[in-house]
Design a protein around this ligand. Structure first.
Ligand code: 3IO
Length: 334
């Protein structure tokens, strides 16, 4: 009798252990490259939290901000090789690698991160471009329109002439067209480059004034409403394939919502950061006048033709993609 009871106990306990291990936890590592207070990491924490809630705690995401698991340059390869299950990439850091989605780096005149982020996700979902077919794309989002943050005032294009400004990808091409000297580098390297005087400023969205403390060194801000930087959140394909269907559905149902949430967070946070920068460091915020804006539009227009040529070479119906961007932008900006 005692022997049978003991056997049953062992049977029940081992069953609990096995089923417990299956049902209670799927552990995923999510890598990100910029510092924890920045918006790519804020949206990462929100996603991790949302996934834990929606799976009843079955999926546990461990987040690695600030290049603690993979840095900007290693992110794409690291996720494909499985060093992280999930990672966040800034597409502009990989010139030529994303012939379709780099369309989001062109001067479309997006007025918010929300409209650009929703456009980026819808564009991805519609075209499912071959350039990202080795990974599962969980969501996309963008920065807010790019502005100048510099150590000296930038009020005319003459002020940009020969001035080293940090950009990346097609945003660096914009700088070149405007007569500046573009210096491309990932965001985490920018504070030191400003400090050392390698660059005189940067071109990206204003929320980094607060999140990366650029307000302290770059006291002259110029509103130029230049292109946004697109991001993709990617997952290792094998790991994705291994997930139960109900978990896959939770992730897929979150994609569009996460893009919109991140855009809205960004747009609000840009305003918060600007107010904080004026209050804390008394920064100057200048807006290019209409004549300068018209000149910028004229000087950067050829970038669209260059993109069309490169996309066509990659077998993409470039005009159809541009038409989709215009239609989505109109939908989300009305
Ligand atoms: C960005 C990148 C990392 C952290 C905060 C950020 N805000 C805007 C961007 C876009 C950008 O400049 C980039 O390098 O992707």
């Amino acid at each position: 009798r005692a022997g049978i009871a003991a056997l049953m106990m062992i049977f029940v306990m081992s069953f609990m252990a096995v089923s417990g291990a299956q049902a209670s936890e799927i552990a995923l590592k999510y890598a990100n490259f910029p510092p924890a207070p920045t918006f790519p990491c804020v949206q990462m924490e929100r996603w991790a939290q949302e996934v834990a809630t929606r799976t009843g705690g079955v999926v546990q995401v461990t987040t690695y901000p600030g290049s603690t698991l993979l840095d900007a340059k290693n992110m794409l390869r690291g996720v494909m090789q499985g060093q992280a299950d999930i990672g966040c990439i800034s597409l502009a850091y990989h010139p030529g690698v994303f012939p379709l989605l780099s369309v989001m780096e062109l001067p479309h005149g997006f007025t918010s991160a929300e409209s650009a982020s929703r456009t980026a996700w819808d564009l991805y979902a519609k075209h499912q471009p071959a350039e990202l077919d080795k990974v599962k794309v969980l969501t996309m989002f963008t920065s807010a329109p790019s502005q100048f943050m510099a150590k000296k005032p930038i009020r005319t294009l003459a002020d940009l002439k020969g001035t080293e400004i940090r950009g990346a990808g097609l945003i660096s091409s914009v700088l070149e067209r405007l007569g500046a000297t573009p210096v491309s580098m990932p965001m985490p390297e920018v504070p030191e480059a400003v400090q050392k005087g390698i660059i005189q400023g940067l071109l990206t969205s204003f929320e980094v004034l607060k999140d990366m403390k650029f307000a302290e060194m770059c006291k002259y801000e110029t509103v130029a409403n230049l292109p946004v930087y697109p991001f993709a959140v990617i997952m290792n394909k094998k790991r994705w394939d291994s997930l139960p269907e109900d978990v896959k559905k939770v992730f897929d149902d979150l994609s569009a919502e996460q893009a919109q949430w991140t855009g809205q967070y960004m747009d609000t946070h840009v305003e918060t950061a600007l107010a904080w920068s004026k209050e804390t460091y008394n920064v100057e915020v200048y807006t290019f006048d209409d004549a300068v804006q018209a000149e910028i539009a004229r000087l950067t227009a050829p970038l669209i033709d260059e993109w069309i040529a490169a996309a066509a070479k990659a077998g993409i119906d470039a005009q159809a993609v541009l038409n989709d961007v215009a239609a989505l932008k109109a939908t989300y900006e009305q």
